[in-house]
Design a protein around this ligand. Structure first.
Ligand code: G6P
Length: 613
């Protein structure tokens, strides 16, 4: 939530910062703002709405300067308006700050500052922090970096901040705790951002700022890092693997549809070097390095949020089936607070596309404090969660920009499936012939996805029929119950149609009351896994005149004859059906949202990376 970006160097900062904000807009798009130092002035421009609104306003102003910071906001404290937008000035307007995170003790700090004569323009916690920095700076007569350090010692909460000072046009001071922050190291210039996407165009050398670290970016000087408890650190420069064209739409109208179509490739990337079809083998180094832990685990707890939680549910089905280890799947936000029983021989698997979700990060910390072994499944390399786990496995889906997760989901399911297969084989709980069949079939999934994607136009056609709907029900059983949840989530996220996912047989315990001729019901009914049972559920819907949209295996006759619309997916192993069945549901949600005129890549109120709880 919230994207922050900064620049200091020889180029004009404004275009770099605006482009950076556009890349980070997926993190929040309620308001945006920029601060630039030019000719002894610290200019702050802000606008409600998107980065484009900021550009319209700022381009009438003085946008010169080779140092600046900028922000795109997802509102937490205070409604999304121009006053609450970042950057925030300090009282004297000599300092400006941008912030991603939440200062939890802002109310107490604010009261203290009021007693010293400070007044506040906005409702934000961020303005309190910049006033505190100014107060500390003036009362202790210290430089900016020391003031930031002293102030942060009084702060409870999460932050990634960047601060600039009118009279110090050669310095940006930034710090983080809990929220992500990356520094790009160029020739005579530094970049600063919430993730590497605004940086990659300029340099592939980055430093990931650690928790409770303060970084000073100075013109023509080496990068300096120290902790908030004043310990000097040597910056560790890493090389980015990302490429610029991964961040462009590549001819597609939206990132979401591009990412849906990328899935045959992202799945291959997820399996590259791991699934060897010729040798009938899977190798996951995260598993091999910790084989004993997995083989001796009494229980696996999967913790995640949103779409990643749905992937976790599919992982539970696979791990329990193949490895015979009990699995519990927990919403990170509940797990972290409900005093769960965690044992030393438990394995906690944290799944997160961004690797930054605050609740999942906190769940990891809780599990660590109780001695569990923690395994991360993340997409963003170098993010906080993979850096806080004992071991793990990247999904390698590439940058996912559309707020509604698609390719990251299927990559997560792939990694979980590979893990379940490896544990099952090593434990001897998965018969060898079954293992071999699934490995072979896993290797065929990318091609099958390609075939499936050729139905895009047909799905776009019938999707138009459903823009009238206020509600949808999604049903599936077994491995496809989580797919039903995910299909419903995709639809509500981007088209604002209310949708519920249910285990098909549970329908009669409630949702059946909603079924009428107006209610579209999406049923995932592949031939592998409880087919006849699902057919009975479909009959129950049909009897109540519900509109049936079915996902069936190619060649299916029975379900097709009962359905109003049918999408066929290639035949595959039961445990791999989610990888295929998810795709038509993603496409359907996408096309309904497009016809409804919704902002597909940046749906209202959502953000891609939820770094607040
Ligand atoms: C947000 C995103 C979802 C995502 C969830 C968990 O709600 O909009 O798409 O599934 O966070 O994010 P993570 O990065 O931890 O997978």
């Amino acid at each position: 939530m919230c994207g922050i970006v900064g620049y200091i160097g020889k180029q004009d900062a404004y275009p770099i910062l605006i482009k950076g904000l556009q890349r980070l807009e997926y993190r929040g798009y309620d308001s945006a703002g920029i601060a630039l130092i030019n000719n002894g002035n610290l200019n702050v421009y802000k606008a409600k709405g998107k980065v484009a609104d900021l550009v319209r306003f700022a381009e009438q102003q003085d946008i010169k300067g080779t140092i600046g910071i900028a922000h795109t906001r997802w509102a937490t404290h205070g409604e999304p308006n121009q006053v609450n937008a970042h950057p925030h000035y300090s009282q004297s307007e000599e300092l400006a700050i941008i912030h991603n995170g939440i200062i939890e003790n802002y109310a107490v700090l604010k009261e203290g500052l009021k007693e010293h004569g400070y007044t506040f323009n906005s409702e934000t916690d961020t303005e309190v922090l910049i006033q505190l920095i100014e107060f500390v700076k003036k009362s202790n007569q210290v430089d900016l970096v020391t003031a930031v350090q002293l102030a942060l010692n009084q702060v409870v909460g999460a932050y990634a901040i960047a601060v600039i000072e009118k009279n110090e046009p050669d310095t940006i001071v930034a710090a983080r705790k809990g929220s992500p922050l990356v520094v790009g190291v160029g020739e005579d210039e530094y970049f600063l951002a919430s993730d590497a996407t605004p940086i990659i165009e300029f340099t592939n050398k980055v430093v990931y700022v650690g928790d409770e670290e303060i970084v000073t970016l100075e013109r023509d000087k080496e990068l300096r890092i120290k902790t908030i408890s004043n310990v000097e650190k040597t910056p560790e420069i890493k090389k980015l693997e990302m490429t610029l064209n991964q961040l462009e739409k590549g001819g597609y109208p939206h990132f979401m549809i591009k990412e849906i179509f990328e899935q045959p490739k992202t799945l291959s990337d997820s399996m590259r070097g791991r699934v060897n079809v010729e040798e009938n083998n899977i190798t996951l180094s995260g598993f091999i390095d910790n084989k004993d832990k997995f083989l001796n685990a009494k229980r696996i707890i999967i913790t995640a949020c949103g779409t990643s939680w749905h992937a976790g549910l599919i992982g539970m089905y696979a791990i329990e089936e193949f490895a015979r280890i009990p699995v519990e799947v927990e919403y990170s936000s509940e797990f972290r607070y409900r005093k769960p029983v965690i044992n030393k021989d438990d394995i906690v698997i944290a799944i997160s596309q961004s690797g930054e979700t605050a609740d999942t990060l906190a769940a990891v910390e809780l599990a660590r404090s109780q001695g569990a072994f923690i395994f991360g499944i993340c997409n963003v390399v170098g993010a906080s969660i993979p850096r806080n786990t004992d071991s793990g496995c990247y999904t390698h889906a590439g940058p996912e920009i559309g707020v509604a997760s698609t390719k990251a989901f299927t990559a997560q399911v792939t990694v979980l499936t590979m893990l379940a297969l490896m544990i099952g084989r090593e434990k001897g709980t998965l018969p060898q012939d079954r293992y071999l069949n699934i490995v072979q079939e896993l290797g065929r999934i990318p091609e099958k996805m390609k075939t499936l994607l050729t139905q895009n136009d047909a799905i776009a056609q019938f999707a138009k029929t459903f823009t009238y709907a206020q509600n949808f029900i999604y049903l599936g059983r077994g491995y496809n119950f989580p797919v039903a949840l995910e299909g419903a989530l995709k639809l509500k996220e981007i088209s604002y149609i209310h949708a519920e996912g249910y285990p098909a047989a549970e329908m009669k315990h409630g949702p059946i009351a909603l079924i009428s001729h107006e209610m579209p019901v999406v049923v995932i009914a592949p031939s592998a896994g409880m087919y006849e049972k699902v057919v009975s559920n479909i009959q129950e819907i049909k009897a109540r005149k519900g509109k049936i949209i079915s996902i069936v295996t190619e060649g299916d006759v029975v379900v097709k004859s009962l359905s109003d619309y049918t999408i066929s997916i290639p035949d595959t192993e039961e445990c791999l059906v989610p990888l295929l069945a998810a795709i038509p549901l993603q496409l359907m949600a996408y096309h309904i949202a497009v016809v409804k005129g919704c902002d597909v890549d940046q749906p209202r109120n959502l953000a891609k990376s939820v770094t607040v709880e």
